[in-house]
Ligand binder design. Structure first.
Ligand SMILES: Nc1ncnc2c1ncn2[C@@H]1O[C@H](COP(=O)(O)OP(=O)(O)OP(=O)(O)O)[C@@H](O)[C@H]1O
Ligand SMILES: [Mg+2]
Length: 306
């Protein structure tokens, strides 16, 4: 998919040059413009359920979920983010930091069988972007669910029930915690695809081996439809020899699974969560916004036709 993205040529120019000097009034105007500027995206043949996973902490899982989801929803598709991490970072970035006392979360879905459609809430800024928030209660979920039979399939059953209830989504992204525990396993069993954000740093490949072993085991035992869709290099600093070297090593080892798009280190990406926004609405002209939009296009073009 080649044609682009941010309609305003000047914004593209700024994105490429990395210039991010907006006064706040201008930013607001550009946010509005950007909402209309992402070109309409093609819907997939069927719902794509994508787990974003890497047991290593702080590699950009949540940033990737939030910004891919926002980009795709801005392109006119219906997107659901399931926050399967008790830290709740995806929930808070998408505006659900403090849940009202009567708002249920993924915890109630996992432990009491509350349907996802009763828990999901729509993002205020981006129509069509829905969130199933996490809650702190999920911290103890490992112990609570361990004794249950088929505890690895709880989320998968909830997602299937949602999709057969007449509620349609084009994309469902599941944000996983930094571990290979119960919630990550549930995410991988519920998903059709896995996308791994990989921070291009020394020893990055070591952690991937454990994750790919887990994926292989789950494919055999619990989820034969799971495909390893993509590795997305994150927080890349291509101006250092180390950064370049790691990227080359990852591409040599994993080949085409590694996305062509890379996400550079970009300060606006780190700032956006504190404003409870995706980068696409917070600073649409930033490098981070341009790269996540590119990543969304590339992900869409990687649809596996079954
Ligand atoms: N490309 C980037 N450039 C600069 N900062 C980034 C970038 N991507 C993510 N960050 C910041 O790095 C930190 C970790 O990112 P993020 O929370 O997405 O990682 P994570 O893998 O979800 O972490 P965890 O394992 O704790 O869930 C956050 O503060 C985030 O804002
Ligand atoms: Mg996270």
């Amino acid at each position: 998919m080649s044609k682009h993205r941010l309609a305003d040529a000047e914004m593209v120019e700024q994105a490429i040059s990395g210039q991010e000097s907006f006064s706040s009034g201008v930013v607001t105007g550009q946010r509005e413009a950007n909402r209309q500027a992402v070109e309409k995206l093609p819907a997939p043949q069927a719902t794509r359920v994508i787990a974003v996973a890497n047991q290593k902490g702080g590699v950009g899982k949540t940033t990737t979920v939030v910004n891919l989801a926002a980009a795709i929803a801005l392109g006119g598709l219906r997107v659901l983010v399931i926050d399967a991490d008790q830290q709740g970072n995806a929930s808070s970035t998408l505006g659900f930091r403090n849940l009202s006392y009567d708002q249920a979360s993924l915890y109630e879905v996992m432990t009491e069988g509350v349907p996802l459609r009763e828990v999901m809430v729509e993002n205020q800024r981006i129509p069509g972007l829905w969130v199933v928030p996490a809650s702190m209660d999920m911290a103890g979920i490992e112990l609570e669910l361990n004794a249950r039979t088929n505890f690895q399939q709880i989320l998968s059953e909830a997602v299937n029930a949602l999709l057969s209830s007449g509620e349609y989504f084009d994309y469902i992204f599941i944000d996983s915690p930094p571990s290979l525990g119960i919630m990550t396993v549930n995410s991988l069993v519920a998903a059709h695809e896995v996308l791994v954000p990989l921070q291009a740093e020394y020893l990055a490949l070591e952690g991937l081996t454990q994750l790919t072993k887990t994926i292989d085991m789950l494919v055999i035992r619990l989820n034969p439809k799971l495909r390893f869709t993509a590795i997305l290099p994150t927080m890349v600093t291509t101006n250092t020899l180390l950064g370049k070297g790691v990227l080359e090593e990852v591409r040599a080892y994993y080949g085409d699974i590694v996305m062509k798009t890379i996400i550079p280190r970009n300060v606006a990406l780190a700032e956006a969560p504190s404003h409870e926004e995706s980068i696409l609405t917070y600073q649409p002209g930033s490098k981070g916004a341009k790269c996540y939009l590119d990543a969304a296009y590339e992900l869409i073009s990687r649809e596996v036709k079954s």
